[in-house]
Design a protein around this ligand. Structure first.
Ligand code: NAP
Length: 349
């Protein structure tokens, strides 16, 4: 049996919610996965992206790279990120090939596992005059507990939530300078709804998720994506939607490098190839979300071509408590040099 099948069965048996028929449960999720329309690039209208300056964080592979490839056809100004300079340059070459003649592509270096790299990126990016759209896509799904040595946070928590939180605030001033309504998309997952959260204080919750003896990889991944959904809600609540529109998005279950820790070439390997969407299908969800985001959909999760109302988990009493105290609680864990750059209270919103 592959690592993936073993983990899935163990997860299902240990979590009664896995058998729930609630619309947010895994069984309806699989049903939607099979029946929902799989968007392809030809279904998309790229005119809203023409001439826009768009940053995609985590665009060196998977859905992020496919999103950049689609938008390169729009005649826009793309900024992509990679963990190192040579990969960034490789991608720029790749994306320029066959792009719309008005498209420009530029790469920036960012490793979201390091506060130092986030800080450097945050300072570099402020040299831009503005950004029109941002997709915060970087994410990992680690099966083994892996600590980020510089930050002290477990990698899934660090990349999926903590860095996404920091980047959203670092980039907001540039979105506020957009001559049109800025658009910010935080990549989450429908699996955020399976997070089993008992702790209503974010500070304690993060420290408990960071404990190697508590929680498994599923709980940690679900919790990280749950916090992203809550942050999209909270941020959209704090911002004037006439200036910046914020939402979260799920690409759906896609065959990408995300599951690299799980896969071996056995039964589940082939099963995933039957049920999974392609990275391009997932990227199309990002592009459709950006195009359709308006003042009625802010704070919501876009998945399967639709903006959904908040899941049961994201609208629970605990979620409300975490969400409303998120900004204050996160301020406590921010390293000094970064917190200087994050002044949401002082933004003109
Ligand atoms: N695939 C799915 O079924 C699925 C479902 C729901 C949600 N999602 C979410 O969709 C997003 C994209 O995932 P994917 O499926 O396209 O997986 P992927 O192919 O593994 O892509 C993940 C992206 O994140 C980047 N990344 C990882 N660690 C990073 C770090 N330390 N610093 C900067 N960038 C980093 C990767 O860069 P490298 O190329 O350098 O590794 C890559 O560009 C993730 O947020 C994921 O959680 C995926």
């Amino acid at each position: 049996m592959s690592v993936s099948s073993f983990h899935m069965i163990k997860f299902a048996l240990s979590n009664p919610a896995a058998f729930s028929l609630d619309p947010d449960g895994p069984i309806p999720f699989v049903y939607r996965l099979i029946t929902a329309k799989r968007l392809s690039a030809t279904d998309l209208d790229l005119t809203p992206f023409r001439g826009k300056r768009i940053l995609i964080v985590g665009s060196s592979s998977g859905c992020g790279l496919e999103c950049a490839r689609i938008l390169a056809q729009a005649g826009c100004h793309l900024i992509i990120t990679a963990r190192n300079e040579s990969r960034g340059e490789e991608m720029v070459e790749e994306l320029r090939n066959g792009a719309h003649h008005d498209t420009t592509v530029k790469a920036m270096t960012l490793d979201a596992a390091y506060f130092e790299s986030l800080h450097r990126f945050g300072a570099d990016v402020q040299r831009l005059s503005h950004l029109d759209m941002v997709v915060l896509n970087a994410g990992v799904y680690r099966t083994d507990y892996t600590i980020c040595p510089e930050t002290g946070w477990e990698e899934t928590l660090q990349i999926n939530f903590i860095s996404t939180y920091i980047l959203s605030l670092l980039l907001l001033p540039l979105l506020l300078k957009s001559p049109v309504q800025g658009r910010l998309l935080l990549v989450s997952s429908e699996a955020h709804a399976w997070a089993d959260i008992e702790n209503h204080n974010l500070h304690d919750l993060l420290h408990s998720l960071n404990n190697p003896d508590k929680y498994n990889c599923y709980d940690r991944y679900h919790a990280s994506k749950f916090l992203v959904v809550l942050w999209a809600q909270e941020l959209s609540h704090r911002l004037d939607p006439q200036k910046v529109l914020v939402a979260s998005v799920s690409p759906g279950y896609c065959l990408t490098g995300l599951f690299r820790d799980f896969n071996t070439k056995t039964f589940s390997y082939w099963l995933e190839r039957i049920f999974c969407r392609s990275a391009e299908n997932g990227a199309c969800e990002y592009v459709a979300a950006l195009a359709n985001l308006d003042t009625t959909s802010v704070g919501r999760l876009f998945a399967n071509t639709t903006f959904y109302p908040p899941s049961r988990a994201a609208s629970s009493e605990i979620a409300g408590k975490i969400r409303t105290s998120m900004y204050q609680n996160m301020a406590v864990i921010m390293p000094g040099p970064i917190s200087v750059l994050l002044q949401l209270d002082q933004l003109d919103v």
